[in-house]
Design a protein around this ligand. Structure first.
Ligand SMILES: Cc1cc2nc3c(=O)[nH]c(=O)nc-3n(C[C@H](O)[C@H](O)[C@H](O)COP(=O)(O)O)c2cc1C
Length: 216
């Protein structure tokens, strides 16, 4: 029996509706077999023209994690600077919820280097990557990232898609030994959650769905 047969007790809809960004993670090691199962799931996703350019790096080495944590700190601090004292609110997210999200992002910034595995979602282009190629690569990497997040949830692992560590492309390439034909798109910290899983909160269908043509 495979790992997923044994452990995946959640149906696909349950998994999607309960797949929150889990940022507070335990330092407890995650078995390698579970981590590779996440990449197996990611690898089942579609890609444009079936090019299958996605590449995945599971970072467990302390020094590499520390470097990525530094890059994340820089990205988060720049992003959060205007929000720390006043996180604001969105029409669909109360000030209280937004404050809690900012607190979790700050927690993750402080603990990134202690998280058991940082998974980096990359694309390989087969030639030096131009800005255009990198922009187009988004459509082929994110289905795999979402598969990975759903697989993590089904296996009761906490995970969150993050990008703020990857702003400085040259520094990221150096940290991960990426050739110029590759680019990194997301850093997904993975571990056992310290908090509880729960449902996601999203806008209602009447706000986001129309039939045939758009109308207000
Ligand atoms: C493209 C993208 C980039 C993101 N970048 C970050 C990030 O750098 N740091 C972070 O903590 N969360 C990041 N997130 C996570 C979002 O903040 C999160 O998915 C959103 O708040 C919804 O959270 P929920 O699923 O728990 O409701 C990112 C998500 C996406 C899709």
């Amino acid at each position: 029996m495979s790992l997923t047969d044994q452990q995946n007790q959640m149906g696909v809809f349950d998994t999607m509706y309960n797949c929150r960004a889990m940022r507070r993670l335990d330092t407890k090691e995650v078995p390698e077999a579970l981590l590779t199962e996440l990449i197996n799931a990611a690898n089942q996703a579609p890609s444009g023209s079936n090019t299958q350019g996605a590449r995945w790096i599971i970072v467990r080495d302390t020094k590499v994690k520390q470097r990525l944590a530094e890059l994340n700190r820089e990205g988060v601090e720049t992003y959060l600077a205007p929000l720390i004292d006043n996180p604001g609110s969105l029409s669909h997210q109360s000030g209280d919820k937004r404050r809690r999200m900012v607190d979790a992002v700050v927690w993750q910034k402080e603990h990134m280097h202690e998280i058991p595995a940082l998974i980096i979602a990359c694309m390989e282009f087969g030639a030096p990557a131009t800005n255009d190629m990198i922009a187009r690569g988004n459509g082929s990497i994110w289905p795999g990232i979402q598969n990975l997040l759903l697989a993590a949830r089904a296996l009761c692992l906490g995970a969150a898609p993050t990008t703020l560590a990857l702003n400085d492309r040259k520094a990221v390439a150096e940290a991960l030994n990426l050739p110029d034909s590759m680019a990194a798109y997301a850093l997904i910290p993975v571990g056992y959650p310290l908090g509880k899983f729960g449902p996601v909160t999203r806008k209602p269908l009447d706000e986001i769905l129309r039939f045939d043509t758009w109308s207000d």
